[in-house]
Design a binder for this molecule. Structure first.
Ligand SMILES: Nc1ncnc2c1ncn2[C@@H]1O[C@H](COP(=O)(O)OP(=O)(O)O)[C@@H](O)[C@H]1O
Ligand SMILES: C[C@@](O)(CCOP(=O)(O)OP(=O)(O)O)CC(=O)O
Length: 438
């Protein structure tokens, strides 16, 4: 059988941090040109095996042999005690979804993973390339290499799901088909939640699959209602198929794009924060300050919606003159003023949460950094993406804008990532583009 290859983009949540956890709020999620890739090849053999290779991380390899448990569920067991819950849960869900197709056929599947440089710190790595692609190779295993926050696990699960589904669907697996994308998304969400041990908002898997989107989450009950595989007498495969094929997930993934003439700049900030702890603290602040906290959330949501509307307006008019205005550094047009004010409104409220909840959503150093950036010519607006903290900054600038970093020590801890906004999620790629990396 021939090889196939797929890629899925990393993400930045420009507006919607924390609120995205609640299905009633909309978020603006941008897909990025940093992608994770999978190259898949399979044969039919006398043993059912799946090998996943991530050569960039000290030649990390996970080798699974596939067996059936007493209930007839397909189970993946790793041969060398190498643990990767994201790989294992992806295999588990795709195999059980396709149990009837598999029908005792034994596959020997090999999947190579490649990861663009934007996902991890480049420190202590070497590059290998061919005339199409260039990747960074690290001396350490995947769990030991520092991440930048683009959502590596969501992309991994999404490209691995694509690779495996393509094996069982063959030519019918077409990533330009909406129902195929929805199937891939639903399977990847289930696997990602199980591997994380929690049902998050899922915006990262949604962006990896569908690209840049307005996102409103699905109800967490959907995934929580799946049976535990360790329960006796559970036909997991049947329950999974009902959830994937017959249930309306009722979530929003409406395509969006940054207006013409504007681009996204992402700055990775050296220190980094732990999202899980921050989410717990923000939730605690919310409960202790209810109902006033709801007013704060509603004001953030108002800012989010104003930002989304302003970008929509920019997308629907000829924005050439407006881009020149951004370049001039003197912003007076209504729609640009609105976009800036929207982000101000969001940031002001996040600073209230920061102070009252003793949680660094927008810590003082980030405020200083963003305020400094906002004074530069060519900058429309700037924000802390996602959960905020010390992780990153996102800046929306004109195509021409070059942020002056070298002269100011405020940028000492910031590394600007080599990436841009992208419209599309999963793409099919050419497998030969990943061969002979040197
Ligand atoms: N290139 C890769 N190859 C194999 N596994 C990967 C790769 N990238 C990410 N992963 C998996 O995802 C995990 C990181 O997930 P997580 O800590 O949730 O970070 P993130 O916020 O980037 O998703 C890794 O420990 C590994 O299990
Ligand atoms: C707090 C959140 O709204 C967003 C977190 O955004 P990040 O982009 O920081 O996410 P991670 O990739 O998980 O670190 C909650 C969530 O959706 O998990």
């Amino acid at each position: 059988m021939g090889k196939r290859a797929f890629s899925a983009p990393g993400k930045a949540l420009l507006v919607g941090g924390y609120l995205v956890l609640d299905p009633k709020y909309q978020s603006y999620v941008v897909a990025l040109s940093s992608r994770m890739h999978s190259v898949v090849e399979f044969k039919q053999r006398d043993q059912f095996r799946i090998k996943v290779i991530s050569a960039q991380f000290d030649n990390d390899t996970w080798e699974y042999h596939i067996t059936y448990d007493a209930q007839g569920n397909l189970i993946a067991q790793e041969d060398n005690q190498k643990n990767n819950p994201f790989v294992e849960k992806t295999i588990f869900n795709v195999l059980n979804y396709f149990k009837d197709t598999i029908n005792d056929i034994k596959y020997d599947i090999t999947i190579e993973i490649f990861s663009d440089s934007g996902f991890h710190s480049k420190d202590e790595s070497i590059t290998k390339e061919n005339d199409k692609r260039k990747f960074n190779f690290h001396k350490k295993t995947i769990t030991k290499v520092p991440k930048t926050g683009l959502g590596s696990s969501a992309c991994l699960v999404t490209v691995l799901t694509s690779a495996l589904v393509s094996v069982f669907m063959g030519g019918k697996f077409d990533v330009q088909n909406d129902s195929i994308l929805l199937l891939t998304h639903n399977l990847a969400q289930v696997a990602h939640c199980q591997a994380q041990g929690k049902v998050g908002s899922g915006f990262d898997v949604a962006a990896a699959t569908f690209g840049s989107i307005l996102y409103q989450r699905f109800s967490p009950d959907l995934i929580n209602s799946l049976p535990n595989i360790n329960q006796v007498d559970v036909d997991y495969s049947n329950e999974l198929r009902k959830l994937i094929d017959e249930t309306d997930w009722n979530f929003t993934h409406k395509r969006i794009r940054l207006p013409k003439g504007l681009r996204l700049v992402m700055g990775d900030v050296k220190s980094g924060s732990e999202t899980t702890k921050m989410v717990a603290k923000v939730k605690q602040w919310y409960q202790e300050n209810y109902p006033r906290s709801e007013d704060v959330y509603n004001s953030i949501n108002e800012g989010n919606m104003k930002f989304i509307e302003a970008l929509d307006t920019l997308n629907n008019i000829n924005s050439d003159g407006l881009v020149n205005e951004i370049d001039s550094g003197i912003i007076t047009s209504r729609v640009l003023v609105d976009a800036r004010a929207a982000i101000e409104q969001i940031r002001k409220n996040f600073r209230i949460i920061t102070n009252e909840g003793n949680v660094d959503v927008e810590p003082v150093v980030q405020t200083q950094l963003l305020d400094h950036v906002l004074n530069e010519k060519g900058v429309l607006t700037a924000m802390i993406p996602g959960a905020g903290g010390y992780d990153a900054i996102a800046i929306i600038v004109s195509e021409k804008c070059q942020i002056q970093t070298s002269t100011n020590e405020i940028f000492d801890n910031v590394t600007f990532l080599d990436l841009k906004q992208e419209d599309l999620g999963i793409l099919e790629q050419k497998p030969e583009d990943y061969e002979n990396l040197k």
